[in-house]
Write a protein that binds this ligand. Structure first.
Ligand SMILES: Cc1cc2nc3c(=O)[nH]c(=O)nc-3n(C[C@H](O)[C@H](O)[C@H](O)COP(=O)(O)OP(=O)(O)OC[C@H]3O[C@@H](n4cnc5c(N)ncnc54)[C@H](O)[C@@H]3O)c2cc1C
Length: 399
């Protein structure tokens, strides 16, 4: 009995370890000291994080937290990556973006499935900040119904030839490489899908104009056009028939990264507004003295804490591997919803100042809406959750 009790105590410890707290402190201090001015600049210009800033972030080790040391990473777990990501996302979505892409995004597809040659060529450069990799899945006719995608990648001898159109690629036009989902066999829907890595300077690859989005300034988004784009066979990532399944398994980690960025909008909004309501006075006293304000603060705190717990559970249970779909979709869905609620409540608590761009709260509101669409909408996460709960996939197709 004593032995069992000791084991249970060890497993159910919700506190971060002293090393994780130290890591969080280093990331927080770096983000808060080095990035706010850059975040404002990117919001103003719409430009992505410049290479010199990226290289500094890389030098600090923040771009390869959960990447094996043999590829230039820190060799830590997904939990440490997520802890750091929240600190960057709190400053802004734009400055957090490369950290998200490197630790939870498409680079993980390379880490798990690329040829050794491709891993060795790309991953160390991502860790150092020399390269950013984006993901290109969506198409004009394939959003939630991603398995309807039409872009083709045909293997011809030692080359792969890609033709088609992609949409909504965050990072399009400035990222150095793209994980491109494509149809690689005549098998229908998911069964025919694979993925290929494409370098930005490959002939035949062109980009549309930057989209004029409601938020996410500093993360340029554009269409991508493939006109007989040829890449070497070494750039093959996954093939049908199980390629799409593998992509979705790595996407379970991307969902946790998305959830963390959504959470970061909420947790930073709460950090800010918690001070604001103690400083702002009306009727001769701080507005925090009004019970209606206290109730809002308490609701916000519970949502932020619950969201962080769901995310930490998903990545902790995955350790160095990939989270399961029930835990990652629950974490994403909940974070996406509370992010919108918490940021808008914070904006309301700031009265006219919340509505003023100078104070940065409206940016968090706008960005939080993007996180609830990117990486699969809130409602489709609920379909995933119900499906995992019941134990079978629900066919979304008309026939
Ligand atoms: C800010 C942002 C960044 C993005 N970044 C990228 C990126 O880097 N790479 C990339 O490839 N794509 C990216 N996307 C695209 C994103 O993945 C899609 O927008 C998303 O999957 C939804 O597709 P859609 O826009 O075509 O909407 P639709 O699929 O047309 O959905 C419209 C509405 O219908 C609902 N709906 C549709 N089907 C179902 C269903 N079966 N059950 C329940 N509800 C359903 C949806 O929930 C949604 O509310 C990004 C999008 C945004 C907004």
């Amino acid at each position: 009995m004593c032995i069992i009790a000791r084991k249970i105590k060890k497993i159910m410890d919700f506190k971060l370890t002293p090393e994780q707290l130290e890591l969080q402190k280093v990331a927080r201090e770096y983000a808060q000291n080095e990035l706010p001015a850059l975040a404002d600049e990117l919001e103003e210009t719409g430009d992505p994080v410049p290479k010199d800033a990226l290289m500094k972030i890389g030098e600090m080790g923040f771009l390869g937290v959960n990447t094996p040391t043999e590829y230039g990473g820190q060799g830590l777990t997904n939990l440490e990556a997520i802890i750091i990501l929240e600190e960057f996302g709190k400053i802004s979505s734009a400055v957090g973006w490369p950290v998200f892409e490197a630790n939870a995004g498409p680079v993980k597809v390379l880490q798990h499935f690329a040829t050794d040659a491709l891993k060795e060529r790309v991953i160390p450069k991502v860790c150092s900040g020399e390269m950013v990799v984006a993901v290109s899945m969506s198409e004009p006719g394939a959003g939630t119904g991603l398995t309807d995608l039409k872009t083709k990648a045909e293997i011809k001898g030692d080359k792969i030839v890609i033709n088609g159109n992609k949409r909504w690629c965050s990072g399009a036009g400035h990222s150095d490489g793209y994980v491109v989902y494509a149809r690689m066999s005549d098998a229908p829907a998911a069964k025919g899908i694979g993925a290929v890595f494409v370098d930005i300077d490959t002939p035949g690859l062109t980009f549309g104009n930057n989209e004029n989005l409601m938020g996410w300034r500093g993360i340029p988004s554009a269409d991508i056009y493939f006109d007989n784009v040829e890449v070497p066979i070494e750039n093959l990532l996954v093939e049908p028939e199980d390629g799409f399944k593998k992509l979705m398994e790595t996407f379970d980690l991307e969902r946790c990264g998305n959830a963390t960025m959504a959470l970061a909008q909420a947790s930073s909004a709460l950090d800010y507004v918690q001070n604001y309501v103690q400083e702002r006075e009306q009727f001769g006293k701080p507005i925090v003295d009004f019970q209606a304000v206290q109730i809002k603060l308490a609701d916000m705190l519970m949502k932020v804490e619950a969201s962080r717990l769901l995310i930490h559970r998903a990545v902790f249970n995955a350790a160095n591997g990939l989270p399961d779909i029930l835990e990652s979709s629950s974490a994403k869905c909940f974070a996406n919803e509370i992010s919108r609620e918490v940021t808008t409540t914070a904006m309301q608590l700031m009265g006219g100042y919340g509505f003023n761009k100078e104070y940065g709260m409206e940016r968090k509101v706008r960005d939080s809406f993007g996180w609830g669409i990117a990486g699969g909408t809130i409602d489709v996460q609920k379909v995933n959750i119900a499906s995992a709960m019941i134990g079978r996939r629900f066919n979304q197709r008309a026939k």
